[in-house]
Design a protein around this ligand. Structure first.
Ligand code: ADP
Ligand code: MG
Length: 154
């Protein structure tokens, strides 16, 4: 495992970090975003998705109600990206119906907000790597972002 921590000072900086991380991701990979409301999970996702060439930043919105957004299908050669939000998932049964295993099996990038709800036992197992990103507000516009690569995802 290796880890690194970055402090960003604006949403734009967080998106730029996401775009930079995108260059290191090797699908299939599960990217778990952990941190409170407003920590910057959706903002970072915008950067990752744009960096992967799957959609523009402004097309990326929080899938709070639909639970899963899919990007990259309308573009040639773009990585398939699934953006999942577990905020409203309450039971293991609901988690199962999301079919995260199947998404990973497509050799895609699966980004999960509220990744803490996927304890180790509930994480899809398979060939892909896992990247855990912990986000924390360190001031009004400062966000401390720690990237931990577990396995072979980067
Ligand atoms: P989450 O998905 O974790 O709930 P969002 O990305 O939706 O968080 O919201 C983060 C909020 O914090 C946005 O309103 C954004 O403008 C603001 N913000 C301020 N500074 C930063 C920063 N450095 N990085 C990311 N977001 C920031
Ligand atoms: Mg969000």
């Amino acid at each position: 495992m290796h880890a690194r921590t970055v402090v960003t000072h604006s949403p734009e900086e967080t998106m730029a970090l996401g775009a930079q991380l995108a260059q290191e991701l090797k699908p299939p990979v599960l990217v778990l975003l952990l941190g409170d409301l407003g920590a910057g999970k959706t903002t970072l996702t915008k950067g990752i998705v744009a960096g992967l060439g799957a959609a523009a930043e402004e097309e990326v919105t929080s899938p709070t109600f639909t639970m899963i957004h899919e990007y990259g299908t309308a573009r040639d050669n773009a990585a398939r990206v699934y953006h999942v939000d577990l905020y409203r998932v309450e039971t293991a049964r609901e988690l199962e119906t999301l079919g995260l295993e199947d998404l990973i099996a497509e050799r895609s990038v699966v980004i999960v907000e509220w990744g803490e709800r996927l304890g180790p036992a509930l994480r899809p197992s398979g060939p892909g790597g896992v990247v855990e990103i912990h986000l924390e507000a360190a001031g009004e516009d400062e966000r401390r972002i720690e990237v931990r690569v577990l396995g072979v995802g980067c």
